[in-house]
Design a protein around this ligand. Sequence first.
Ligand SMILES: O=C(O)CCC(=O)C(=O)O
Ligand SMILES: [Fe+2]
Length: 304
Amino acid sequence: MTASQSRAADAWSVRPLAPMVGAEITGLDLASLDDEALEALRQLMVRYGVIFCPDQHLKVEDHVALGARFGPLEGHPNLKFDTPHPEIFELRASGGGVADEWHSDLTFQEEPALMSILHMKRCPPVGGDTMWSSLTAAYEALSEPMKAFLQGLTALHDALPHNRPDKMTIHPVIRRHPESGLPALYVNEHFTRRIVELGAEESEVLLRHLTRWVQQPRFTVRYAWTEGTIAFWDNRATQHFVLNDFEGERVIQRVTVQGDRVEPFGQPNWPPYLREGRLSATSRHDRQLALYLRSQQGQPADEA
Ligand SMILES: O=C(O)CCC(=O)C(=O)O
Ligand SMILES: [Fe+2]
């Protein structure tokens, strides 16, 4: 942090909540941040993966305006919400209906969200916590041969959870964080379907292992909300999960900052796995991958 940025953040108190991810920041007012303070906040988000600012109670317009200072905002590509502002994504849940599968947001897009800013509007007295996991810590804890192996691979992600399995893209399994330069393990159980360069059975076993690996408690933080808390998470280096364990109403509002192309860490270096020869009963396991690859070459999907 430069001297001028640290001045802006001097009055803040930053309390790490877990060794690998998450910090709570107090002593600031998100409704009146100057540019230096905004930059200091962004750097804290990159450093901690997710940061929480309690007692903010931002107005909707201020929430949207704050988000827009971090970059262009995006609405949700698949889900429609009746909210006061097109850039606000609002989730109302009464005893369930929350995102209780680990994910980074929107990884089925070529350019997945860079970060999200969530305002906890209403939360139950107990339950409905959200967890985050550090994908850089998850990567770092892998064995050296596994790290080297994964750097050569890419994975297919799709929007099946939003009933849009036709929306697909491929990302490197290990991504380089564009700001920290650190490698992050970039597969998640919600949107990642297939390791492109492995056979279907191999892919299934490896994805199961990796998506569970990132969920280990040692890589995570669990946050118990209070109303008016604003959270900022770095969607390039974390996954999150909401506990579906509460009674009563839980309302969040979120704005999402557009991301950019996912850069590989290392060099994906194998061709896609596509079996030669005649179709058979097991060909169905390769069908989605074949469809995607053909669509990229401009070939009609029905030939797969
Ligand atoms: O409700 C939450 O705590 C987070 C929900 C979620 O997955 C999201 O906003 O991306
Ligand atoms: Fe999410």
